[in-house]
Design a protein around this ligand. Structure first.
Ligand code: CDT
Length: 315
């Protein structure tokens, strides 16, 4: 099978402190976009909520959050230069940001922008983690359920940049269903931004498990769905709160082919062979030949676990 090379870059960000301006954050993204292009990238993936600090850690009103942290238009005055530079260089990008829609609804959103600087795709995060109430005893908050609505546009794949690209955001990577819905649309590349605190405020999770589960999720998803995964994190200590690094590009083999080394701004790159995904799609994960949806009914019927079906006693 002949190779189908695709220049894939991930731009990890070091911390974005609360007093950092949009303009400063965008300048960092621009420098990484230029580096990604110089290394041969057709697509560069930026993190979730890349323009600001990870503000769901702060207790505040929705109005305060919108005023300080949400984008009212995309591109806006501070982000337009990302689009102009992408067009000038001929590179596509994925960007995560807090979106306030024209009707006032708030979403944790990512966009996919092509080499003509056109927004070809939008994803509004579906699996929102955390809580909506104030937890004053916790070291920080995780208020995604307060500040964002559950995404209303599903998991989608777009034909662009010569391939089929799906998007998801952070916590989605832990949910098998998200990946399979993308794979059933023929995704070849899945772009994902994340902000994962090292501490889990819900239970005393050992810190090493945060990185382990992050990589485990990416690797299992890439293999089981025969896709390339490009995952960009925001890392390091933001306002006293540590976010894991570990931005990575994972092949359809499930192998990590590039991984960020530090907790600062860092571009990783890989000349991804899209044909590698075809090999898996034609054999072990040939969905048309091997899937058995008639036995997967519970996935749509149930949200939480219920009684076992166990109908037939063994002979
Ligand atoms: N941003 C985001 O989705 N973070 C979550 C943290 C989960 S712990 C409350 C994640 O899955 O990494």
């Amino acid at each position: 099978m002949s190779k189908r090379p695709f220049g894939l870059a991930v731009a990890q960000m070091g911390p974005v402190q609360p007093d950092e301006t949009r303009r400063q954050a965008v300048a960092r993204l621009l420098a990484m976009m230029r580096e990604a292009h110089a290394r041969g990238a057709k697509l560069v993936v930026f993190p979730e909520l890349a323009l600001t600090t990870f503000f769901p850690r702060y207790w505040m009103t929705e109005e305060e959050a919108v005023a300080r942290y949400f984008e009212k238009e995309m591109p806006g005055p501070d982000t337009r230069i990302l689009f102009d530079t992408a067009r000038e260089l001929g590179i596509g990008f994925y960007l995560g940001y807090a979106e306030v829609a024209s009707d006032g609804r708030r979403f944790n959103t990512s966009i996919l922008v092509d080499t003509n600087a056109r927004i070809v795709g939008r994803y509004r995060k579906i699996h929102l983690p955390g809580h909506s109430d104030h937890k004053p005893q916790a070291p920080f908050q995780h208020l995604e359920k307060k500040f964002f609505e559950v995404g209303n546009e599903g998991f989608n794949v777009w034909e662009t940049l010569g391939t089929r690209i799906g998007m998801c955001l952070c916590n989605d990577r832990r949910w098998t269903e998200a990946w399979r819905v993308l794979a059933l649309q023929g995704a070849e590349v899945v772009a994902l931004g994340y902000n994962t605190p090292s501490l889990n405020i819900h239970w005393n999770e050992p810190v090493h498990l945060r990185m382990f589960h992050h990589l485990l999720s990416l690797q299992a998803a890439a293999y089981q769905n025969a896709v390339w995964v490009a995952a960009a994190g925001k890392a390091g200590v933001e306002d006293g709160s540590h976010l894991i690094a570990g931005s990575a590009i994972v092949a359809p083999t499930g192998e990590i082919v590039a991984q960020a080394q530090g907790e600062e701004d860092e571009v990783i790159f890989c000349q991804a062979d899209l044909a590698l995904g075809d090999t898996f799609k034609q054999h072990i994960f040939n969905f048309a030949a091997h899937r058995r949806p008639e036995h997967y009914g519970l996935i749509l019927e149930r949200v939480g676990a219920g009684p076992a079906l166990g109908k037939t006693p063994l002979p």
